[in-house]
Design a protein around this ligand. Structure first.
Ligand SMILES: Nc1ncnc2c1ncn2[C@@H]1O[C@H](COP(=O)(O)OP(=O)(O)OP(=O)(O)O)[C@@H](O)[C@H]1O
Ligand SMILES: [Mg+2]
Length: 410
């Protein structure tokens, strides 16, 4: 693919921004086709009131050092110069280009393992470098949120931020560990990719649940990811999943509060209905988005696919009525699985998705106390009796119970 950031072309896989109209189920139990005009939704790239772990993200000119004062944010991250990153990416050339999102283009680069200095291709450690596009309206806020959150949060199921670049000009970049297999979105929806087997999909769901449980369970204040979707789940060489893109993350409620009030940002098809309508954000908003990702893993269909038309365009509207009926679940499963999945396990995942997608956030299960242990149990239970079940697709490299990642806090 060409180098999008030097031209005006928009890449096809860039995320769909919110629109002023969203379709939502009117009750938890019906499949309403009604289109609800929610309050005008801000653009995907518009942040009104993001705050970062220990302090408010201030204006655009605030540097990492100021944001991180006293918080530890940014500590341990390398501050790269623009010339170093040019050297690492062959001047952001088309051969280094990986893809494009709302923030900007992403390039592959090479740095020395020990010194983090740029090297030549094939030497040292591979990194992914995101370059804020000039026309990005609020991109600097997202850039700062990424540095602030990922500077402090470390976990096997979160992407690692290696460093950043913020020069005196408008250049804002982020340097991440390179996650070899790219996004879950590409693996689920690109026809050219080999289908993920069912055990892989369950493992990926568990990894995502681990990442979210870690964020939601922080002692001082929960962190709400706010932008969970399959394009923000990256898969490493062993198909371990990592959450990426913390530009919209923000601190959750503390004490007795059930939510924080914010401007509505996120991605159509994934955002929780109450958040879209009221701006009330809670950890349960992430649980809803997780339910949508579970549906994508089960069905192989996109959260929103306007080409399908009507209620079939929105995955939740299309799948929801089938989730509570164990016999109907089989009808919505991804045909690329070729029927190679244990039916009972698929029904259990469907039942969990149904709970995650409840309209009332109070009725959704918590990530750490319910979703994660239930998925782990389901996986473990199946591995004991999987001798009668074989997958037609390559066996997952990971997914063995007992060899999962452990939590680590910074
Ligand atoms: N750390 C990484 N390692 C490897 N590839 C990456 C990494 N980060 C991003 N990519 C690639 O770059 C592409 C664009 O990523 P990006 O996060 O900018 O956009 P997006 O997730 O598609 O959209 P959005 O801006 O809404 O998050 C991804 O599809 C992925 O293939
Ligand atoms: Mg992304």
């Amino acid at each position: 693919m060409g180098n999008c950031c030097t031209g005006s072309a928009k890449c096809a896989n860039a995320s769909t921004p919110f629109e002023s109209k969203v379709t939502s189920r009117s009750t938890a139990s019906n499949n309403s086709n009604s289109t609800t005009t929610a309050n005008k939704l801000a653009s995907r790239r518009s942040i009104g009131s993001s705050s970062a772990l220990s302090g408010q993200i201030a204006g655009s000119d605030v540097q990492v050092q100021a944001a991180s004062a006293g918080t530890g944010a940014g500590a341990g991250l390398k501050s790269f110069s623009m010339s170093e990153l040019r050297a690492a990416t062959k001047n952001f050339g088309s051969t280094s280009y990986l893809g494009e999102g709302g923030f900007g283009c992403v390039y592959k680069g090479w740095i020395d393992e020990a010194t983090l200095a740029p090297t030549r291709p094939g030497v040292g450690r591979m990194v992914a470098i995101k370059k804020l596009k000039e026309e990005s309206f609020q991109g600097h806020r997202e850039w700062l949120a990424e540095v602030t959150y990922l500077g402090q949060l470390h976990h096997a199921n979160l992407v690692t931020l290696v460093g950043y670049c913020s020069d005196s000009g408008a250049n804002k970049l982020l340097v991440y560990e390179y996650v070899l297999r790219g996004s879950l979105e590409n693996h689920l929806f690109r026809r050219a990719t080999q289908p993920l087997s069912w055990p892989m999909r369950v493992s990926i769901a568990i990894d995502v649940a681990r990442g979210l449980a870690f964020l939601h369970s922080r002692d001082d204040s929960p962190v709400i990811f706010r932008d969970l979707k399959s394009s923000n789940v990256l898969l490493d060489s062993d198909y371990r999943a990592k959450l990426s893109d913390f530009g919209l993350a923000r601190n959750g409620p503390t004490g007795d509060k059930s939510h924080v009030s914010t401007r509505v940002v996120g991605t159509r098809g994934y955002a929780a209905p109450e958040y879209i309508v009221t701006g009330h954000l809670s950890t349960k908003s992430d649980v809803y988005s997780f339910g949508v990702v579970l549906l994508e893993l089960m069905t192989g269909r996109r959260a929103v696919d306007d080409a399908r038309g009507g209620s079939a365009a929105t995955l939740v509207d299309w799948a929801y009525p089938q989730l509570g009926d164990r016999r109907k679940v089989i009808r919505i499963m991804d045909t690329r699985l070729g029927g190679q999945y244990p039916k009972k396990q698929a029904q259990e995942v469907a039942a969990l998705a149904l709970r995650c997608l409840q309209n009332d956030p109070k009725n959704r299960p918590a990530m750490a106390d319910a979703v994660l242990p239930e998925l782990e149990q389901l996986q473990q239970h199946n591995s004991h009796k999987s001798s009668s079940y074989t997958s037609s697709t390559p066996a997952p490299v990971h997914g063995q119970p007992g060899r999962r990642h452990s939590k680590s806090k910074s």
